[in-house]
Design a protein around this ligand. Structure first.
Ligand SMILES: [Zn+2]
Length: 307
């Protein structure tokens, strides 16, 4: 029996052990899911306006609101992005434990996958529409989600504390009210959130719009089929809702879907005038996605006629 091992061998052995342990038992709530590289690429946190901060990755938004009586986070991103968002919150000098609510736009893994870890690490409660809350609790997209057939991406970490909010209801914390506007279409539970942010006595309307893309997988139709009625009109209503919101600053769930990526990049080098302010951004964003819906419905109509 050897009485001693060279020190280096011991260190190497210990290192190998800890590395193996790390790969065998990663944190189940931040286990990586696939996506575009920019979805998980770090982005420096930045003050958008007043009490509103961007803390997301380069390609997926996460927005922090400091209510003065606690923090509210809107979305997190992918499961593996939770540590990145938490680090961004810390970099701004905020405490993770002060995050009281995590609001969700829609329960797809690329926006909601990291909510379970954030809720666990901060002690916050997740807040979503009833359909969104169901998906967050189950860690699975709802059965009537247009992308439900994308089985590989349908499951994500389930959040421990989830509460429902009603359409038009506001989450109130401190002096801040963040209002939920249900904008179903991209998912049945899609929610757009609005609040006022003030800077030097000037208060602006901030819109965190959910995705409005008419994207589906498998045989899903937005037109009526055997499982549901025609979803087109409610989708159009959602698009009109976003178009008509009081909107000085728009941040979309994917920043590049509304040009918010370019506005954020400008903001990093110039604050006055604030490049995030664009009172036409919501209208333009909605108009673009109305065209996408029109195209999608035209294709579906053609496919039905071809049968
Ligand atoms: Zn989505």
């Amino acid at each position: 029996m050897p009485t001693s091992l060279p020190f280096a061998a011991l260190i190497a052995g210990a290192f190998a052990l800890s590395t193996a342990a790390a790969t065998d038992s990663p944190d189940p709530l931040t286990r990586p899911m696939p996506g575009k590289p920019e979805w998980t690429r770090a982005h420096a946190p930045i003050r958008v306006y007043g009490n509103t901060w961007y803390v997301g990755s380069e390609g997926i938004s996460a927005v922090l609101v400091d209510t003065g009586a606690g923090l509210v986070l809107l979305d997190v991103g992918l499961p593996q992005s939770a540590p990145l968002v938490e680090a961004n919150i810390a970099k701004l000098g905020f405490k993770l434990k002060d995050v009281k609510y995590v609001l969700n736009s829609h329960a797809h893994y690329d926006h909601a996958g990291g909510i379970a870890a954030l809720v666990r690490d901060s002690g916050a409660t997740a807040l979503a529409s009833p359909s969104g809350a169901k998906a967050l609790r189950e860690g699975h997209v709802v059965a009537d989600d247009p992308q439900a057939s994308d089985v590989a991406n349908a499951t994500f970490p389930a959040a421990a504390r989830v509460r429902e909010i009603a359409d038009g209801e506001a989450m109130r914390l401190g002096t801040t009210a963040i209002t939920a506007h249900f904008t179903p279409g991209h998912t049945p539970g899609s929610t757009t959130w609005t609040w006022k942010s003030c800077e030097n006595g000037k208060c602006l309307d901030v819109v965190y719009s959910d995705s409005l893309s008419a994207f589906a997988t498998g045989g899903f139709h937005f037109l009526a089929d055997a499982t549901h009625g025609d979803l087109t009109e409610s989708f159009r209503k959602s698009i009109r809702t976003v178009a008509n919101l009081p909107c000085d600053i728009l941040i979309s769930t994917h920043p590049d879907a509304s040009g918010a990526d370019e506005r954020l990049a400008k903001l990093a080098i110039q604050r006055e005038p604030n490049p995030m302010i664009d009172t036409q951004a919501c209208r333009r964003f909605a108009a673009n996605y109305e065209k996408m819906l029109d195209k999608r419905i035209a294709e579906e109509t053609k496919a039905v006629q071809a049968h």
